[in-house]
Ligand binder design. Structure first.
Ligand SMILES: CC(C)(COP(=O)(O)OP(=O)(O)OC[C@H]1O[C@@H](n2cnc3c(N)ncnc32)[C@H](O)[C@@H]1O)[C@@H](O)C(=O)NCCC(=O)NCCS
Ligand SMILES: Nc1ncnc2c1ncn2[C@@H]1O[C@H](COP(=O)(O)OP(=O)(O)OP(=O)(O)O)[C@@H](O)[C@H]1O
Length: 197
């Protein structure tokens, strides 16, 4: 029987870092951010819906969506963020479900769904257990500013569009504290895997 794990967190809390560690061990990780990028590629239904709503000014020279520009709009306007979600999320859910089904067919012991908005979008039903990659507010802000070269204001806007990580602590089945070193995170991840595999 395959156990399906929902890996979640907040922006820049370390989900990709943990999912890379899981991939290195050999587990299948299905990443909502990757699927959401594929779902809005030139020619996809969601691509045309985005242009219809947000306008052609959003396009880069090669016709692809300017993600930085779109981020600048939706992380500063809640109604626009919800509109984008309503366009992109159904396609992402379908893509993830198809990949999950394929992994179940292969009878793998653990399959990981990396979903940043797992709790916000009430997607716990898609998984057996939820794992939260947690950092405190200060670490989250610092790492996001550094990684994306964002100002404090740009980073705050993105963080505030999500459920606070401390609220997610109450909802998760298992917590990985990623405030420390990568080595410390790896130890916690190994403990988790040994418990569930
Ligand atoms: C706004 C977009 C174009 C910005 O693209 P960009 O390449 O800069 O960021 P990326 O997609 O890698 O997302 C980075 C992180 O931002 C956060 N985030 C992304 N979209 C959202 C959203 N709608 N609401 C809250 N947080 C979000 C997540 O933590 C995600 O891990 C893009 O995030 C997008 O299309 N978002 C809508 C789809 C979505 O909700 N994706 C998240 C998981 S399905
Ligand atoms: N334990 C750690 N120590 C130091 N830096 C870390 C640690 N974990 C992650 N980072 C760094 O913090 C940043 C955010 O991590 P990561 O990209 O894994 O987050 P994420 O949750 O996947 O983000 P997003 O939601 O935006 O996709 C990256 O630059 C990463 O290298």
């Amino acid at each position: 029987m395959t156990i399906v794990i929902g890996l979640t967190g907040g922006i820049a809390s370390g989900k990709s870092t943990v999912s890379t560690m899981l991939k290195e061990i050999g587990y299948t990780v299905i990443d909502a951010d990757v699927e959401s990028r594929l779902a809005v590629e030139k020619g996809e239904p969601a691509y045309f819906e985005i242009i219809a709503h947000f306008g052609e000014e959003l396009l880069q020279e090669d016709g692809s969506i300017d993600r930085l520009k779109l981020g600048g709009i939706i992380f500063n306007n809640e109604a626009e963020r919800l509109k984008l979600n309503s366009i992109v999320h159904p396609a992402v859910r379908k893509r993830m479900n198809d990949k999950k089904e394929a992994a179940l067919q292969r009878n793998e012991a653990l399959v990981i769904l990396d979903i940043p908005l797992l709790f916000e979008s009430k997607l716990s039903y898609m998984v057996d257990y939820t794992v939260l990659v947690y950092v405190n507010e200060q670490t989250q802000l610092q790492r996001l500013m550094e990684r994306n070269q964002f100002s404090a204001e740009e980073a705050e806007a993105r963080i505030q569009s999500q459920m606070p990580l401390k609220d997610k602590l109450q909802l998760a089945d298992y917590i990985i504290d990623n405030n420390g070193t990568l080595e410390e995170t790896k130890v916690q991840l190994n403990n988790f895997i040994n418990e569930w595999k």
